[in-house]
Design a protein around this ligand. Structure first.
Ligand code: MN
Ligand code: ZN
Length: 513
């Protein structure tokens, strides 16, 4: 790695190439103007005023394009007659009466998806047919713009034109009350920062983001007041973390555990805890994976990336809650010192594990981190995120993360937060019939079950390390990476989970002001 790249990566958060700000309704639109209409093609009063005679152009273009103002539908008009802007985008909202908060972030994303890299300025008139959008809704528009405009292009040095050109667009969201919109956007903006940070970490190549480098980046959260503790191999050996260390022993890059702590709640109040699988690269180890698609295994740290992004979001917006974030960082390699199928390791809990398949490594890493957090911090609950099994993709595709939980209330709250943010979870079963499938002939348990129900036996394995702590496991193998482009993302790493867990905390566990 060249020194130049190192210097470039010094800051945890890369500045966005796009800029998003708020201006008053009265500001003259420049470049591209985006406005909203409902499914009766009605425009708001400020929008009608801004369009002037061009309002009739919208009517004619809508008829010609069979544009009916359905939610998310776009009418694109070049050089509209009677307007100074070069392009007018009309975005349908559908029935305005049925709009939910989550719709606005998608509207912002949809508009950003229509903007090409060369565009200098875009004005979004944040008005519904019924009148000015609320500050929170305008903030949603701004968040959506940033989420969709994100791209990971720091390693592209050539062909910087056309679709590869860096996007340097200034987006101005025109609102009735600029101060109120800025105030509403401030916490949301920090959450978007957290999402983009998680995406950056997932997108980084594995030669750059190995465990020590990942841990170093997590230490930058100290700037936000997060306490960050990094445990190296010596410290983890002293704790008896034989499950995690067994995975990492085959790599030149030593493993790390990072424990982050944000104390925004009352002193001494029991924390909530988030735990992430951070396998910086997963070859499968001695049970090596096929070559095709192995490059995707740089994303096997999506759970850890989410936890770091979440800690950023919570600390930056000064969430009134005590939070632990803990991540296990390893590289799973087939070296001469790598662990073998048949090896038996002793976890920090004292329970022994027979290794059947070295590619079922994520649960080994999590076993020690879950136990450590449960015993050391006695949290109200633990939620772990892991790109754990291919089987969850077979079951749920890329639309839902699999959720497993020993606590109905926590599961219900996660489900609700998923519906509200669009980062959805689907609850899967646990039970003694599944649990007994991981009993071992030689040790307390083995690290794989049979081919059937692979996501469930993986979750059963984790449950053996949470003790009585209320817990949920999110299998994000289908949602954290390689997902199709959407209104909110064109990035390979999705940053899944940051908005979900931020919402879970904000609604249920934070002291109200
Ligand atoms: Mn694996
Ligand atoms: Zn893995």
């Amino acid at each position: 790695m060249s020194g130049q790249i190192l210097a470039y990566l010094e800051d945890l958060l890369m500045p966005d190439a796009v800029k998003v700000g708020f201006v008053p309704f009265s500001a003259a639109p420049r470049g591209v103007l985006a406005v909203f209409c409902d499914d009766t093609l009605k425009l708001g009063p400020a929008t009608a005023k801004a369009l002037g005679v061009a309002a009739s152009v919208v009517k004619r273009a809508a008829a010609a394009n069979q544009f009916k103002g359905k939610s998310g539908a776009v009418l694109d008009i070049l050089a509209p007659e009677g307007l100074k802007v070069g392009r007018l985008i009309v975005l349908g909202t559908g029935k305005s009466a049925s709009l939910k908060d989550g719709d606005f972030i998608k509207f912002g994303g949809k508009i950003a998806s229509k903007i090409t890299a060369g565009t200098e300025t875009v004005t979004i008139l944040a008005e519904l047919p019924s009148g000015a959008m609320k500050a929170s809704q305008a903030a949603g528009i701004a968040s959506g713009v940033r989420m969709r405009a994100y791209r990971f292009d720091r390693y592209k040095t050539r062909n910087k034109d056309g679709d590869n050109a860096p996007m340097r667009t200034q987006f101005s969201v025109a609102v009735a009350d600029v101060a109120a919109a800025r105030k509403a956007f401030s916490p949301e903006n920090h959450v978007v920062d957290g999402v983009l940070l998680a995406r950056d970490l997932v997108n980084e190549p594995p030669n750059v983001l190995f465990p020590a480098e990942f841990a170093r980046r997590a230490t930058q959260l100290r700037k936000l007041g997060v306490k960050v503790e990094v445990l190296d191999v010596k410290a983890m050996t002293a704790l008896g973390m034989g499950a995690l260390l067994g995975v990492s022993q085959g790599s030149e890059h030593d493993g790390r555990m990072v424990v982050m702590r944000w104390n925004g709640g009352k002193a001494g109040e029991q924390p909530v805890a988030f735990i992430g699988k951070g396998v910086c690269f997963d070859t499968g180890g001695i049970s090596i994976k096929p070559a095709a698609g192995m490059e995707d295994m740089k994303g096997d740290m999506g759970g850890a990336a989410c936890v770091v992004g979440l800690m950023h979001a919570l600390a930056a917006r000064k969430a009134k809650v005590n939070v632990i974030g803990a991540i296990g960082l390893v590289e799973n390699m087939p070296d001469g010192n790598a662990q073998r199928p048949g090896d038996i390791v002793t976890s920090m809990s004292g329970q022994t594990i027979e290794i059947i398949n070295t590619d079922a490594e994520g649960r080994l890493v999590l076993a020690d981190v879950l136990w450590y957090v449960a015993k050391k911090h006695k949290p109200k609950f633990m939620v772990d995120l892991a790109t754990l099994t291919g089987a969850i993709l077979v079951a749920l595709g890329v639309e839902y993360a699999g959720m497993f939980s020993n606590d109905d209330k926590l599961a219900e709250r996660l489900t609700a937060a998923g519906q509200e943010t669009g980062e959805r979870v689907w609850r899967m079963p646990l039970g003694p019939e599944y649990d007994k499938q991981i009993d071992s002939q030689f040790a307390d348990m083995k690290n794989t079950g049979t081919r059937n129900g692979g996501s469930i036996t993986a979750a059963q394995f984790l449950q053996r390390f949470v003790d009585e702590t209320p817990w949920a496991h999110l299998d994000i193998a289908g949602t954290a990476m390689g997902v199709p482009a959407s209104d909110l993302s064109r990035s390979w790493g999705s940053g899944y989970g940051v908005r979900l867990l931020n919402r879970l905390g904000a609604v249920n566990y934070e002291a109200k002001k």
